[in-house]
Design a protein around this ligand. Structure first.
Ligand code: ATP
Ligand code: MG
Length: 213
């Protein structure tokens, strides 16, 4: 089966003329749009990214709110970071079973370590997450659903703040989950609130494997 992007050689950069819609954005000086083979771009981009994780300061992201997309955004970032050669640590808190993304990410086990903590294992999760954040071994750490930890009485806000404070300066940290505590938001550098405009949950559609879990 042909891969998306066509050419297997990946060695040619070709151009196609944009339709005359009056727009010039994205075109070169000849009014042409570059068409770049996907495989070729991977080869060109990756070496430029290696090692950058340790050179950059890290920031704290919070993805919260009632709308869909918090965990998937964090997993997408994990994939991007791993693609750039970073080591990634993902801790999923409180989910009844590991979600399908864990199956997919396990294919990148040389770069991405996924741990799942619920019930009696939550305490161990806090310890291991703290180690991951403080060690500097990981360019990206994701604490999935950690925002709901205090609400579900898995751990206190103080323990979550303790994790944030343990972060080594170059580590990028993502904390997901509804009901982010004001103290967590205050410490974050980037806060995105997913706002529910509509959700089929309201039609009675529960979490589906492959889409929600
Ligand atoms: P995703 O993992 O798809 O990115 P998310 O991380 O933003 O989603 P969570 O807060 O982790 O979302 O919750 C997702 C779960 O909550 C889903 O299983 C969904 O069915 C359920 N859910 C969605 N909307 C509601 C709602 N309004 N009330 C209660 N549960 C909901
Ligand atoms: Mg989630």
């Amino acid at each position: 089966m042909r891969r998306r992007g066509g050419s297997q050689s990946g060695s040619q950069k070709t151009y196609q003329r944009r339709k005359s819609d009056g727009r010039s954005r994205g075109t070169n000086s000849h009014g042409m749009v570059p068409v770049v083979c996907w495989e070729r771009r991977v080869v060109e981009i990756l070496p430029l990214q290696y090692g950058d994780a340790e050179a950059m300061p890290g920031y704290v992201h919070v993805y919260t709110g009632n709308g869909k997309g918090k965990t998937t955004a964090a997993m997408g970032l994990a994939l991007r970071a791993a693609g750039a050669g970073w080591n990634v640590f993902i801790a999923q808190f409180g989910k009844p079973s590991p979600s399908s993304e864990v199956q997919a990410l396990s294919r990148f086990s040389d770069r991405i370590k996924v741990r799942h903590y619920t019930g009696a294992c939550v305490e161990q999760g806090l310890v291991e997450s703290k180690e991951a954040l403080a060690s500097g071994d990981y360019g990206l750490v994701v604490l999935d659903e950690a925002n709901v930890g205090p609400m579900l009485e898995m751990f206190g806000v103080d323990e979550l703040i303790d994790l944030l404070d343990a972060r080594e300066a170059h580590v990028e940290l993502v904390v997901t989950g509804r009901y982010a505590d004001p103290a967590v938001i205050e410490r974050a550098d980037l806060v995105t609130e997913m706002r529910e405009v509509k959700h089929y949950y309201q039609q009675g559609v529960l979490a589906r494997v492959g889409i929600e879990r």
